[in-house]
Design a protein around this ligand. Structure first.
Ligand code: MN
Length: 237
């Protein structure tokens, strides 16, 4: 066995198990890293199954991070920018990496937000956030209806978001692919991923059922914290 063969055996025996248990270990060097999920893959059962959560976080999100780091490898000035600044200034970025930052930087921002608003038990918001939802949408049920309709109407892959302006005004937008309201300088209160990879194992073509079930896993305490941070100007992504 030559040197390369021995090295392959060593890698197979030693490194691969580590790579399987830690998404972070599998990443190429770069400014961005895969954030931990913050709860168990099973935390959103039965509405979102553990296998979907694992594949979505450890593989799909990890790939956006790895591809973003790879795109930035030869652009240290861009790599030094905060993610929300990159996405907010896409038109000013070097043309060769603009699409990669849009797709993979958007993917990193969207999924980081996505994990952060889930892991809860659903229910309803309270306090100033509940008041804002009533003021801008007519209540939680009306918001859910409009949001799910926008998610169902998003042709192909994309996202549906509730945005929050610095004055606390809420809005509803759908975007294709990994586009994000951060590109418009807005901030995201919450958002749902309507790419098929987010729901296909459990729901197959029934996107409407996934959209309806998703509200049961929201963590309104964390979403309320995003609302307050957005109004304070401290919500990054
Ligand atoms: Mn996704």
């Amino acid at each position: 066995m030559g040197a390369i063969g021995r090295r392959s055996v060593l890698l197979g025996a030693g490194l691969l198990p580590l790579l399987r248990i830690s998404g972070a270990a599998a990443q190429a060097p770069g400014p961005f890293s895969l954030p931990p999920l913050g709860y168990a893959f099973e935390a959103n059962e039965p509405h979102i199954d553990a296998q979907t959560m694992m594949i979505h976080h450890d593989r799909h999100h990890a790939a956006y991070v790895a591809n973003l780091n790879a795109a930035l490898k030869d652009y240290p000035q861009v790599a030094a920018m905060p993610l929300e600044a990159m996405l907010g200034k896409l038109a000013e970025l070097p043309e060769p990496i603009r699409a990669a930052v849009r797709n993979n930087g958007g993917g990193h921002a969207n999924h980081t937000m996505f994990w952060g608003v889930m892991g809860g038990k659903g229910g309803a918001p309270s306090g100033s956030l509940a008041e804002a939802i009533t003021r801008d949408f007519g209540g939680l049920e009306a918001l859910q209806g409009a949001f799910n309709k926008a998610g169902l109407g998003q042709f192909g892959s994309g996202w549906v978001f509730v945005t929050v302006a610095k004055d606390g005004k809420l809005g509803l937008v759908a975007r294709p692919n990994q586009d994000t309201p951060l590109q418009d300088g807005a901030r995201v209160l919450l958002g749902n991923d309507v790419w098929e990879h987010a729901y296909y194992l459990k729901y197959q073509n029934r996107r409407a059922d996934y959209l309806a079930a998703w509200w049961n896993v929201l963590d309104w305490t964390r979403i309320a914290a995003r609302f307050e941070a957005a109004k304070a100007g401290t919500l990054a992504i």
